[in-house]
Write a new protein. Sequence first.
Length: 119
Amino acid sequence: MERTLYASAARTATPTAVTVRTGRYRGIKLFINVSALAATPSVVPKIEMVDSLSGAVSAALLTGAAITATGVTVLTVYPGVTVAANVSAADVLPDAIRVTMTHGDADSITYSVAAHLIP
């Protein structure tokens, strides 16, 4: 299953986090495509676990490195994947996750974020 979490747009502040119901999918590839920037922006992607019963958000499954340049960044969470700091985590997805794109400053950065859920 593929889903656009954040459509391509210029942003200067942290947008509202997006909660994704993962159902029976075991993993995710998160594609972040930065197409333009002004000055020295920084955005940090994070995939967090959500307790689907209470709505409580727990520790991050994966926090990416700060993105400061144009290009595509891919984050992966999947059981058995080779672990790489700020890039991949070997874990199974819970029934729901939350994706947050935290901005480091008010400089404009244009990006989109797509989730590709993996069975």
